[in-house]
Design a protein around this ligand. Structure first.
Ligand SMILES: Cc1cc2nc3c(=O)[nH]c(=O)nc-3n(C[C@H](O)[C@H](O)[C@H](O)COP(=O)(O)OP(=O)(O)OC[C@H]3O[C@@H](n4cnc5c(N)ncnc54)[C@H](O)[C@@H]3O)c2cc1C
Length: 429
């Protein structure tokens, strides 16, 4: 049988994981990226294997909290005014899925994919030499009040019902686990299934180098469009170069909607820019990732320092970053870690590829079954990357994927005849 040729567009954690599975299946694999080794969401994220995150972002009652978050210009959520008109269809869908019935459906889909994460991630890490880079130490969510847990009871109960393990902790139990936390913390929740990595950039670098050492070809180029052909597809690069393959996978993170649009597939995908600061010498140690529920940010002990990050800024792909947000997160962290020093701070920001229903797009494109989508992982790309790779590998080789892919299909964004946004192509940016 001739070897299947596979092109993967995008060398982030998702594209590299897909390339890994395609290679395992015996394909001749080419990755195309305009900057294969360069900065991207997969480099600078918080490093959490956040398998317990199974509730979508849009939930009933969220709208009551949004105005308070937006009042603070450096708060957890921001919309750039100039981008707001483009955001309307995305926000519309975000609001539409914030009902109890939709949240239940979407949570089940997230729980199904997340329940597989270690089955796919652990073998991949072992094979490429990253076994020692995963710390299965759980994570702590902390609250500034004793009632914090009660206020979020609905979400914790929903998680429990989906198989997430949760241990409620008093303030002294929290500090026993993480002595660096100050008296501001009054209660917490331990989630033993969570884990974190040494450094997300190391994960991507080691995986990419392993793939190259094992025969994957990397092409530096900007993909302008993908064209379905009778047998496979052509990938057209800026400058006109054309590369053909039997299967083409679009894993271009937050930029994927542009390629999908040109193929005729409507996708609601936005850049949700996040920020962080990594403190090389913080003067404190943490055993595990800490999530600050009241202030919506996290701290992860990476091999390169303490990474403090969060924020969700919707400003499009072209807006300049506002690093005042990275600084604001460090300021917040000071109130939780009284002994923290700020020596050797590196600020960073990156584009989360975010859909309104918090589900990634995984599955075949509508114009061609040889073109497969693997993007839109939002806050969970590092977590779900290897499982996405496994599932897409199954699609490439015609095997039945271990996850029901119906909720992840691009078809969910198609305009129904007569719907509010039926006509204007204006919105398909
Ligand atoms: C602040 C922050 C914290 C986060 N924390 C976590 C976390 O703790 N756990 C977790 O699981 N996830 C986390 N995430 C999310 C995670 O980082 C992303 O979901 C994930 O990295 C997306 O990976 P990707 O491969 O899809 O995209 P990317 O990493 O963005 O890679 C996309 C690649 O496609 C290339 N590309 C794009 N367009 C083209 C084109 N036309 N031609 C050629 N190449 C192209 C780009 O150059 C890039 O290399 C976080 C994200 C942020 C921003």
């Amino acid at each position: 049988m001739p070897q299947t040729s596979v092109i993967v567009v995008g060398a982030g954690i998702v594209g590299l994981s897909v390339a890994y599975e395609a290679l395992q299946g015996g394909a001749a694999v080419t990755i195309i990226d305009r900057d294969p080794e360069g900065d991207k969401a997969s480099f600078g994220n918080a490093g959490g294997i956040a398998v317990t995150e199974v509730i979508p972002a849009s939930v009933p009652g969220l709208w009551k909290k949004v105005p308070f978050w937006m009042l603070d210009p450096l708060g957890p959520l921001a919309l750039r005014l100039s981008h707001t008109p483009w955001l309307v269809p995305w926000l519309w869908e975000f609001a539409r899925v914030g009902t109890a019935i939709e949240v239940s459906r979407l949570s089940k889909a997230l729980a199904e994919i997340n329940s597989r994460v270690y089955d796919d991630l652990v073998p991949l890490f072992s094979k490429v030499g990253l076994a020692g880079d995963l710390f299965r130490k759980g994570a702590l969510t902390v609250y500034e009040s004793e009632n914090g847990l009660k206020n979020d009871k609905h979400a914790w109960d929903a998680k429990r019902s989906l198989g997430i393990e949760i241990q409620e902790l008093t303030a002294s139990q929290v500090r026993e686990m993480e002595p660096a936390l100050g008296p501001i913390v009054k209660s917490g929740v331990f989630m033993p299934q969570w884990s974190h990595v040494t450094d997300p950039k190391k994960i991507v670098d080691v995986l990419r180098n392993w793939l190259v050492a094992n025969g994957v070809h990397i092409v530096r180029g900007h993909v302008e469009r993908v064209k379905p052909m009778t047998n496979g597809a052509d990938v057209v690069l800026k400058g006109g170069q054309k590369i053909n393959a039997r299967k083409v996978v679009i894993a271009a993170g937050a930029w994927s909607a542009r390629i999908a649009k040109q193929l005729g597939d409507r996708v609601l995908l936005e850049s949700e820019r996040g920020y962080n600061t990594t403190i090389a010498s913080p003067g404190i140690t943490l055993e595990r990732e800490v999530i600050f529920a009241d202030r919506k940010f996290v701290a992860t002990p990476l091999s390169i320092g303490l990474r403090i990050g969060g924020a969700a800024e919707f400003g499009g792909l072209e807006a300049a970053p506002n690093y005042a947000r990275s600084k604001a997160l460090v300021k917040l962290a000071r109130s939780y870690f009284p002994e923290m020093r700020e020596e050797g701070c590196v600020e960073w920001s990156g584009h989360r590829p975010t859909t309104p229903d918090s589900l990634p797009v995984i599955g075949r494109s509508r114009p061609s079954s040889d073109i497969i989508y693997a993007f839109g992982h939002g806050h969970l790309g590092l977590t779900q990357g290897p499982t996405t790779g496994k599932v897409v590998g199954d699609l490439i080789f015609g095997r039945k994927p271990p996850v029901d892919l119906a909720p992840f299909s691009v078809a969910r964004f198609s305009l129904k005849k007569g719907s509010f946004y039926d006509s204007p192509d204006f919105f398909l940016h």
